[in-house]
Structure formats: C-alpha cells, structure tokens
Design a protein around this ligand. Structure first.
Ligand SMILES: [Zn+2]
Length: 406
C-alpha cells in the first residue's frame, strides 16, 4: 500500500491512500488514474473529483472511525480525524496484532478533534508498532497557542481595525485556513469573496446553507477577500486590489505557524501587526500564530500517548530529521523490547531523490518491517501560506506594532 506517494504509482502497489487534499500529498494523482483503489475520506474524494476530474470509482470512501477490511486481505484500515484541513485523516492500519499509524499532516489537539477519533487514539496506548509522523514542527522552538485563542485574538483585532472602507485579504490556497475565514466573516458581518474555482471546492466541503451564508464569487464589495500571495512586500499591490474593489485601505492576513517561535508556553504574540511604510498607513499585515500542524509538544503528546516502538518521519529521511526524532521523542517511545531495531532508519543513508514526499507501507506478512522512502517537502506553500516572504526578519525590519495578548 502506498500512502500520499502518488509520484511513485506503479502496478507494484495494490492499494493507495490519500490522507488529505494538499498538493504535497496528492502530487502525482491525475484524472487518468489506472492503478489500484485509493482509500480516502468522502470530502477528500469529492475535492479530488472536483479539482482534477478523476473518476469517483477509483476511490474507496472511509468514514471516520469505521474500520474497513482491504479486499479480504485481513488488513484493516481506519480513518481517524487529523484535525488538519477539511477531509484530512490519519490512517490506522491493522494486521493481526500489528498496528501502524500514518499521521499525514495533523494537529494533535484532542479538544478540537473528532471525539471518537481522540478516544480511539487514547485507546491504542501501547499497541502501535510504528508511527509515520508529521515532523514539520518537531523542535522545541515551535509552540503554538490553541487555534481558538488565535481566532479570538483575530476577532478582537479585526473589530479594532474595522471600518466600512477597509478590505481584509486572507492568504489561502485551494483548501485550508477556513476557520480564519469563518472567524473574520462572523466578526465583520460580511461574506468572503472567492474565485469560482474556490467556491466550487468549498461547495463540496460544506453544506449549501453554509456556503451561501459565508461565500460569494460575484460580490466584490464583500469585506473579506482571499488571495494566494499575501506578503509584507506585496502590500502596495494588495492596496491597489482593494481600491479597484471600492475600498481605500487594506489589511492582509497571513496565518502560519512558521512565524511563531515562543518557546515558553505558546501563548505570547497571537497576532502581529505591521504597517507598510509606502502606503500612507493604508496597508497593514496581520500575521497569526495559527497552525494546522502539531506543535512540538502536541507531536510529542501523540507519541507519548501511543508509546510506539518506532517513529519515522514522513517529512524527510535526512540525517537531521532522524536526529530530531531521537533527541525529542526517545522518552515517549517503548524502547523495552529490542533496542537494536527500534529506530533502524537512524543508520539509513538518505537516498537522493527529486520526487515529492512519498510513503510506502508494505503489508506483506512475510515482510514484517514497514519500508519507506522519503524526500523533504518543505516549503509547504499550500498549507502554510507565503512562508518565504513574511518571516520574522521582514517584520522586524519594518515599522512593527506588536500586540501582546496573554
Ligand atoms: Zn497538509
């Protein structure tokens, strides 16, 4: 079975899995699919069908928390909520007593997760052989506040800045960051202007009443718009866009964990504000400490709860990634049985590859070890918006008004 590794598609694999519809995971999938069935949640399937025109009958829908046997193989696959983007799931794969968890991108914050999935994970304590883990933020410098706290801070700041002639433009890609859009729309009592293509994707993620209430592809007077490229240096262009839509002022909004590095408790600066010097005070950028990936302590918490024998990164096989896992997760793992084979990839030589991230899980009972190949997949431009352009150095060099919200 091959998960999130469609660039490696081949008749060698009988089954495929897609954790969520972000391009660094579905890359290689196209409408001419001729390989094995793909397991995914109904929302992810609908997004793929809508976006790339692949036929629905190539997919096997998985409802959250409902194990499905893979074609009489004795192998069961269960989708668990990943708390990442709409439709995102982790895959729990069970074969006899052997259990493997493939997280995909995830945010382990049980209060925000599907309750049954959170309970299922707690119930798996001590039963997981290997976790294939999203290690995007596996470093003590990455601690984020809860999404709810950031969204509340955004609401407060948006109400302070709100005036009828001011447009808010949120950085988004195809999917992701929808909670930011909902929070702004609710705060400002407006709809969100999106492209026809994005409206079509939103229409497969949400019920018609929600789509009609929150989104429009035609009304440019809506006070919230979305754009792919929102950055500090791009603010003059964003102001031009606002003026064309009938506004005189613009606030760009970028939500990304990459700018949040408070090592203490993750509750420091939730919303940073920077005013562009070339726009007469009419253009500013809000940067939110908002992440749809696990913080360092959240990733550790998942591993600690499950106590696996092995942890393998789905981000990279680079030696530094293995070192990170060894340094930061060793105390959360079950190292009681066979120390020599617990983290075999630590001695593995990384293979130079130019492909997108990929993952191979070999479920052949005669080969008890899962095998895998990877390449780094940063920058994750799709689900962590505009990372290279709005990092801390840019903000620090600019006139910055920092709002500390405790
Ligand atoms: Zn993602």
């Amino acid at each position: 079975m091959l998960i999130d590794g469609f660039a490696l598609k081949s008749p060698e694999f009988a089954f495929y899995g897609l954790t969520h519809y972000h391009s660094d995971h579905y890359g290689g999938l196209n409408k001419n699919w001729k390989y094995g069935p793909i397991f995914a949640t109904p929302i992810t399937i609908a997004l793929a069908v809508q976006d790339i025109g692949i036929l629905q009958n190539h997919f096997r829908p998985l409802q959250l928390n409902k194990p499905v046997e893979i074609d009489g193989t004795g192998v069961y696959i269960t989708a668990l909520d990943a708390n990442h983007c709409p439709g995102a799931c982790m895959f729990l794969i069970r074969q006899g007593k052997r259990r493997v968890l493939f997280t995909g991108d995830f945010r382990y914050h049980p209060a925000d997760m599907d309750r049954e999935s959170a309970d299922a994970i707690a119930g798996l304590a001590g039963d997981i052989e290997t976790i294939f883990l999203d290690t995007t933020y596996l470093s003590p410098r990455w601690e984020f506040p809860a999404q709810r706290a950031v969204l509340d801070a955004l609401t407060t700041r948006a109400l302070e800045l709100n005036r009828p002639d001011r447009l808010f433009v949120v950085a988004t890609y195809k999917i992701g960051k929808e909670k930011v859009l909902f929070a702004l729309a609710d705060a400002l009592h407006t709809r969100v202007n999106v492209s026809e293509a994005k409206l079509a994707l939103l229409s497969v993620m949400y019920p018609p009443a929600i789509v009609a209430k929150y989104f429009t592809a035609t009304d440019v007077t809506a006070q919230v718009h979305v754009a792919k490229g929102v950055s500090f240096k791009g603010m003059p262009g964003l102001l031009e866009h606002a003026v064309q839509a009938g506004f005189t002022s613009v606030v760009g909004v970028v939500a990304t964990g990459w700018t949040h590095t408070n090592p203490r408790n993750g509750t420091g600066t939730l919303v940073k504000t920077a005013t562009h010097p070339d726009c007469s005070g009419q253009a500013m950028l809000l940067t939110l400490a908002y992440s749809e990936h696990s913080s360092f302590s959240e990733a550790r918490a998942l591993v600690r709860v499950l106590g696996p024998k092995r942890v393998q990164s789905i981000v990279s096989t680079a030696p530094e990634e293995a070192k990170k896992i060894k340094a930061h997760l060793k105390d959360c793992m079950d190292l009681s049985t066979d120390r020599s084979t617990l983290i075999p990839f630590l001695s593995q030589t990384p293979q130079p590859q130019k492909r997108k991230s990929l993952e191979v899980i070999d479920l052949d009972p005669s080969q008890p070890q899962a095998r895998s190949e990877f390449i780094p997949r940063r920058p994750r431009l799709e689900d962590e918006a505009a990372l290279p352009e709005i990092g801390m150095p840019v903000l620090v060099e600019s006139p910055v008004e920092v709002i500390e919200l405790d």
